[in-house]
Design a protein around this ligand. Structure first.
Ligand code: ATP
Ligand code: MG
Length: 348
């Protein structure tokens, strides 16, 4: 669901997350897709906050560093936005032709979007069309945010080709990697550093999406408070480093407490979905994002939602040269790269 797309090759996937910039490039061959490039550059806290770019120079430097170290030649890049400046809504419009819809979209969309229509980039996708009405998936993103991402790519000497939304990029990665599951009703949940996004999908259609401002940073901040350490130290403790200075059972308790909060937010969203679709049952929940690595989180979500939880492997159906990408590296990167893979699948 690109918000902005030029006219076919595969894009360079650039995922600007709040904890790191990730770069993914795929190559299409006889047997499917192959990983050509896969790398990330960490960002210090405050540079990207809930997906708003606070320090463009830092992000541009990170991106340029990745481009040169990875010897990237593909200039056509796809990025994704997310968070509270992005609205995805399923709406019902009176039946109209594609041309009428194009013309009327801003007027029709006005009442569904909490921002001024002139301040957003609008896009849509017709889900179904009846005799009198049609179901449309509306996507609106604050123009400022989209412009910032476009400017960022240009400054890094890339050509902005696609501006996507995280949930749709992840959905694309899921559909490529789990083709046997695409007929099932599943929830895709990305838990990053600052944002958690949920997308309930079936047969290639997104039925419900929601972004919530919760993620890995909350674990880190709670550790920071408990032990009176810096964010960086707390982040280390979370990842199992420098544990000799702290009580490990206390750390476990904090992690579990935050995991319960995260699972409650997931359960609330899924309950909301179930209230709208009472006869549909979610078969599985696929977890992605760096914070999906938090120990015991999967079990806690499963316990709370009563839905089987599985990690989404965005490399499931991709091939890679083992001399370039070791199985260990791919395993380590898998939770971080779903958005990047989804973006790298976009045709430009
Ligand atoms: N092994 C691990 N255990 C716990 N947390 C981890 C682990 N590895 C990474 N994380 C956490 O995952 C988060 C980063 O994940 P990810 O790269 O998906 O986020 P992001 O895309 O940068 O953020 P966002 O999408 O929210 O802007 C960080 O909070 C990091 O601490
Ligand atoms: Mg992310």
């Amino acid at each position: 669901m690109p918000l902005f797309a030029k006219k076919e090759r595969l894009a360079l996937g650039v995922d600007v997350g709040s904890s790191s910039v990730k770069l993914v490039e795929l190559k299409e061959g006889e047997g499917g897709y192959r990983i050509a490039r896969l790398a990330l550059h960490p960002l210090p806290p405050g540079v990207v906050v809930e997906r708003s770019i606070m320090d463009t120079t830092m992000v541009v430097e990170a991106l340029k560093g990745l481009i040169s170290s990875q010897r990237v030649k593909n200039k056509k890049a796809a990025v994704a936005v997310a968070g509270h400046s992005v609205i995805v809504k399923k709406v019902v419009f009176p039946k109209m032709t594609a041309k009428e819809l194009e013309e009327n979209l801003p007027i029709e969309a006005e009442r569904y979007i909490p921002f001024e229509i002139r301040d957003v980039n609008l896009d849509y996708h017709v889900i179904s069309s009846g005799d009198e009405e049609m179901e449309v998936l509306l996507v609106a993103a604050k123009r400022d945010l989209v412009d910032d991402y476009i400017a960022l790519l240009r400054e890094a000497r890339l050509e902005p080709a696609v501006v996507d939304v995280d949930v749709f990029a992840i959905q694309g990665a899921f559909e490529l990697n789990y083709p046997q599951e695409t007929g099932d009703l599943v929830a895709l949940c990305d838990i990053g550093a600052s944002i958690m996004s949920i997308n309930v999908v079936k047969a290639g259609e997104s039925l419900f999406t929601r972004d919530i401002s919760i993620g890995g940073n909350l674990y880190t901040e709670e550790i920071q408070k408990e032990f009176g350490v810096s964010f960086e130290e707390a982040e280390g403790v979370k990842l199992g480093r420098g544990l000799e200075k702290v009580d490990p059972t206390k750390v476990e308790r904090i992690l579990d407490r935050v995991s319960h909060m995260v699972s409650m937010e997931i359960a609330k969203s899924l309950d909301f979905f179930s209230a709208t679709y009472p006869e549909d049952k979610i078969k599985r929940l696929y977890l992605t994002g760096g914070s999906s690595k938090v120990p015991r989180l999967r079990d806690i979500i499963e316990e709370r939602t009563k839905i089987p939880v599985e990690g989404l492997n965005p490399f499931n159906n991709l091939t890679a040269d083992p001399r370039e990408f070791s199985p260990e590296y791919l395993q380590e990167m898998a939770p971080l790269m779903a958005v990047g893979v989804g973006l790298a699948l976009r045709k430009v």
